[in-house]
Design a protein around this ligand. Sequence first.
Ligand code: SF4
Length: 314
Amino acid sequence: MIAQVNASSPAAYLALFESGELKWRVEIAREMLRSCTACPRNCRVDRLADKFAVCRTGRYGIVSSHFAHFGEEDCLRGRRGSGTIFFSGCNLRCVFCQNFDISWQPKGVPAPPEKLARMMLDLQRQGCHNINFVTPEHVVPQIIEALPPAIEAGLRVPLVYNTSAYDSMESLALMDGIVDIYMPDFKYWDGEMARKYSRAPDYPQVARRTIQEMHRQVGELVFDEEGLARRGLLIRHLVMPNDIAGTQEVARWIARELSPNTYVNIMAQYHPAGKASAREFAEINRRISPEEYELALDAARRAGLKRLDARRSF
Ligand code: SF4
């Protein structure tokens, strides 16, 4: 039986705003930028002074686009779309990044708090069911700063934190009670693969820790009476050629350490992008086969996972 909440249930952040706690979070978030530890890279650059490091993002988040997105999971896009805000720059260096043009070299408009707040309100006005922050790991402080002006101007829809899972525990502590739906990737099981393809050998251990914390904060995914996600955890796992992602181990860990009722999207849409080519990283220079995808789905089922996203991209 899948838990349900009322569509009119308030978004999580409203209670923090009303209690005054959100104001304090903004202060702590700004301080975090002074010697940046917003993600596990711990670069300690002064982003308040517009310095930047791995993520190539200084004082303000850079937004490459914001629009009603109809390509997300059905429970997020609904009938009127998921209000996605795509942040440019990234703290990972995935050689096959499907958004390579904006992740490796930031492109877009700097978004100080009021501007970012206006984007959220604009998406809510268009009827989007939620605000979906894509690649937010390196701009958690900037998102938090933008919330008070957005809420004062009427923001009410749930917030989706659409992350690689390469997050810091400090950032997640700041997001506790703000995020309604955590949507982390679980990219790799093996640290050597994470080093080779994303320059982050600690990715698997970081992802296990952060996804456990996300689960602790919001629990299993719950829907409203229209089938829209209202709160909880939704894990995405992109199946890679030659089982580079380690699907079976990932699925087993989710079922064992979180719950067999965790909502998981086993994704088939990998395609070569970025640096993946016949010359470099040739082993991932192809799409996955239908057989590879079926094996991945089978591994997830055998691990005991009961809530697999139903949409198929083959
Ligand atoms: S958010 Fe950017 S500057 Fe801060 S620690 Fe991560 S990569 Fe470094």
